[in-house]
Ligand binder design. Structure first.
Ligand code: PMP
Length: 405
């Protein structure tokens, strides 16, 4: 079945291409039982949300450490808004660089122990900016096939040659690096820390070996691993002991830090050029003072409250164990993203609806957004989930008709 997605401006897209009339499209989606009404969250972003006027356990947000309602972050945000206003109303390059943006960049450089950091208005824009600027036409990006859409978009925007290697397949990566070594050009390898769809880790130590052997650069998007992996919560590069070898560490504030925004940290002085050469940095308004203030506070909490990370992992292990025991098709390792594979799109819809009817809201991820064109029910855990809620989620899966167990 060809899936049709509706853009919020009402344009119908058929796998990215303009599609038929919107009325016919909606009618067909409804006929096929795959029409989804935009879910509206009437309450705050907590572990139980008021979704379309129904109270459900939220397994859909990336609020890994539960910091969206941290009292210190909220206080910092309120004070900043009172002091500096609700927005900067301008680009970083014009009037939109406040002292807070510079301070946040310094905090991030200290946190990652590197010389340069640039803050962007979202994680999406951070990927667009970095991947479209640090390499260009005539140069090459080697991209893990499962990378996020923002990484693909950034690659496309810059005009470098983009070559995909098979997900987490170091032998395939090496084969391509070997071929490219005959071509005298710069190569940037791009991977994620924890992958956004399946929640699996990149084999970073092996990838670092290859990047050193072949003289390539390495960019790692730690969107889902910041605050989640590593002793200090710095991400997979910290956990794997290779932080020094990552040339561009990219991340977002919209997940474990509970706000919005993105960044890139690097030891390359050339990073600073991005401020003058990159459209996603220049042609958008900068982060609001309240966001900057809450992110600075959240960053301090990553270091000072490791118990949040422990709680998140306890929840991840508990749900993973339960789903595995039920016979659900989950990955081999527990993690804050637990993806349950469904054999068909129809099955994913049935199970997603069944979970919703039992008060559990998970992300349903459908092709073309999924790896391998499969359908997924993607559960994102938080340190804020209680044990009782984790058990309730497990009970809801167990109660689905046709559950493998
Ligand atoms: N990178 C990855 C791997 C992501 O999963 C996401 C968001 N889901 C982003 C970047 C974009 O982050 P943001 O929401 O801050 O734009």
């Amino acid at each position: 079945m060809a899936l049709v997605f509706l853009d919020l401006d009402g344009t119908a897209l058929d796998n990215g291409r303009p599609a038929r009339g919107i009325v016919e499209t909606i009618a067909e989606l409804k006929k096929n039982g795959v029409y989804r009404v935009l879910p509206v969250n009437y309450g705050p972003c907590k572990n139980v949300i008021d979704l379309n006027r129904r109270s459900v356990v939220n397994l859909s947000s990336n609020n890994y450490l539960g910091l969206t309602f941290d009292p210190d972050c909220i206080r910092a945000a309120c004070q900043a808004a009172e002091r500096e206003g609700t927005g900067t109303t301008g680009s970083r390059l014009a009037n939109g660089t406040f002292a807070g943006h510079i301070a946040l960049e310094r905090d991030l450089s200290a946190f990652f122990n590197c010389r340069h950091t640039i803050v962007f208005s979202t994680g999406y824009l951070a990927n667009l900016a970095i991947l479209s600027t640090v390499v260009g036409p005539g140069e090459v990006i080697l991209l893990d096939a499962d990378c996020h859409a923002s990484i693909y978009d950034g690659c496309r925007m810059g005009g470098a040659d983009v070559i995909r290697f098979r997900h987490n397949d170091v032998a395939d990566l090496e084969k391509r690096l070997r071929r490219l070594s005959r071509r005298d050009t710069n190569v940037l390898i791009v991977v994620e820390g924890l992958y956004s769809m399946l929640g699996d880790r990149a084999p970073l130590a092996e990838i670092v070996e290859l990047k050193k052997r072949y003289g390539a650069w390495l960019a790692v998007d730690e969107a889902h691993s910041l605050g989640v992996l590593g002793e200090q919560g710095r991400g997979l590069a910290e956990e794997a002991g290779v932080a020094e070898e990552v040339d561009f560490l990219i991340g977002t504030f919209s997940k474990s830090l509970g706000a919005i925004g993105g960044f890139c940290a690097s030891n390359h002085a050339g990073l600073e050029l991005v401020r003058y050469a990159s459209r996603p940095y220049i042609f958008t308004a900068s982060l609001s003072p309240s966001t900057v203030a809450s992110v600075r506070t959240a960053l301090r909490i990553l270091g000072s409250r490791p118990e949040l990370r422990r709680r998140l992992w306890d929840n991840a292990r508990r749900l993973h164990e339960r789903l595995r025991a039920l016979g659900c098709a989950v990955g081999p390792e527990p993690g804050p993203i637990i993806a349950v594979r469904c054999p068909t799109v129809e099955e994913a819809f049935t199970r997603w609806n069944g979970l919703l009817a039992r008060g559990i809201y998970v992300n349903m991820v459908l092709p073309p957004a999924t790896p391998d064109g499969g359908a997924l029910l993607r559960c994102s855990l938080s340190a804020a989930h209680t044990r009782a809620q984790i058990d309730r989620i497990g009970d809801a899966f167990a109660d689905l008709p046709g559950n493998p167990a």
